[in-house]
Design a binder for this molecule. Structure first.
Ligand code: IMP
Length: 203
């Protein structure tokens, strides 16, 4: 499948999350791409009404691209638990509530998982990336890392659901693993590697 390439120039990062911005900027600048944040441009955050990670990433990227007239990149990510039919999934951020309390969100995962009575503790982190152009063209990529849940939460590095997730082949949770190592193997890294391979041209 042939993918549209991003030519050197400005790229809107359709996220208001400073952490994501810091992580993405160094990945694209070597390709002559100049990242600009949605916050800098005062772009509104569209409602995430899609029913997949890809759909939500695409709607955020398209909204930013059509509003600014520039190409835009958006991501959407979350934790999916097999025994919970994929929950919290698209609602991963929302399970933490207004206060963004992930202690609460992880406790809910544990409670709901125990209520199923299942001994299947497999889970995955998913990251969808969408690159959109003002003419409506969108390229999408998905990275997924499989693993299992562990309770109680362990480790104080990382963020979100990291303390209850052990990636396949490891014994430590994402919150116990060195952050540089986590970033190199994560769902986000896997999605980015595809985007770089398919849409960015080496200098
Ligand atoms: P988004 O900003 O709408 O994509 O929200 C994604 C949510 O999924 C975050 O708030 C986290 O709770 C969770 N999540 C995504 N990636 C990770 C990760 O690498 N570690 C832990 N939690 C994550």
């Amino acid at each position: 499948m042939s993918r549209r390439h991003l030519v050197p120039g400005k790229l809107v990062l359709a996220s208001h999350n400073a952490g994501k911005l810091r992580e993405i900027a160094p990945l694209v600048t070597p390709f002559g791409i100049e990242p600009i944040s949605a916050g800098t441009l005062g772009l509104p955050e569209p409602e995430e009404t899609g029913d997949t990670f890809i759909a939500n990433a695409a709607l955020k990227a398209l909204a930013a691209a059509t509003t600014t007239g520039l190409p835009a990149l958006a991501d959407d990510s979350g934790l999916t638990v097999v025994a919970l039919d994929g929950a919290p999934g698209l609602y991963s951020a929302r399970w933490a509530g207004e206060a963004k309390d992930f202690g609460l969100a992880m406790a809910r995962v544990e409670r709901e998982w125990r209520e199923t009575g299942s001994d299947d503790n497999s889970a995955a982190f998913v990251c969808a990336l969408a690159l959109a152009w003002p003419d409506g063209h969108v390229e999408t990529f998905e990275g997924k890392i499989f693993g299992e849940l562990v309770f109680p939460p362990r480790g104080d590095r990382g963020f979100g659901y990291d303390p209850i997730f052990i990636p396949e082949g490891r014994e430590e949770t994402f919150a116990e693993i060195d952050p540089a190592e986590k970033h190199a193997m994560s769902h986000r890294a896997l999605a980015f590697a595809q985007l770089v391979a398919h849409c960015l041209t080496p200098p």
